[in-house]
Design a protein around this ligand. Sequence first.
Ligand code: PGA
Length: 255
Amino acid sequence: MNKATRKTVIAGNWKMNMTPAETTAFINELAPMVAGKDGCDIVLCVPFVDIANAVEAAKGTNIKIGAENVHFKESGAYTGEISAKMLNACGVEYVVIGHSERRQYFGETDQTVNLRTLAAVNAGLTAIVCVGETLEQRELGYTETLLKYQTKMALTNVKPEQLANIIIAYEPVWAIGTGVTATADQADEGNGFVRAAVEEMFGKAAAEAVTVQYGGSMNAKNAAELLSKVNVDGGLIGGASLKTADFTVIVDAAQ
Ligand code: PGA
């Protein structure tokens, strides 16, 4: 298996943006723009409160809906949290896990990323697991070590057959929301480190089959070059996923 046979996934990560009404309007506008573009899977990961509207608006389209986080317990006294089973019951198919903003602002650790990943795949969701180095870690020469460590920690106790429901997003922290994009070669290299970690854990065939996205200031201008790289199987897109025209250009680049 190689890039041509791997699944390409273009996923928006809306972060803390959009009301339910804005969500419906956005998807109604986007759906005809991306209709029939089946060279990639198209996903929008939206805030919890927007999920119902997003699932409803996406019915009958090629847009799939994801959440931006999930708790790792099935149920119980975890005020303010949402379980994988709840997401599943709402029609959610994907969930972003371990985004650097959650690691930075909300105490997310490699251990909780792993627990959330297991909870997601055990409930039948596809996990989009984020890994990425800070600028300091890159400058100290730890990018490969860090990416492999984060990847292996996230995938601990994942069964080989569950890898089909895991996407890994390489998102250099210094490139997120900064307008500074990794060069296509840096993205390819980072994604290659992630793939190598998967190979070390699960073997070559699994590593060649796993979808590894790049994320971090991917936009309408740079998407085609980033997506042309052999290890880049799609994108996790923040800012540019909030504009239908920009997001459509990125989907087009992935065809
Ligand atoms: P950005 O965000 O595209 O706005 O840099 C990417 C992400 O955080 O997933």
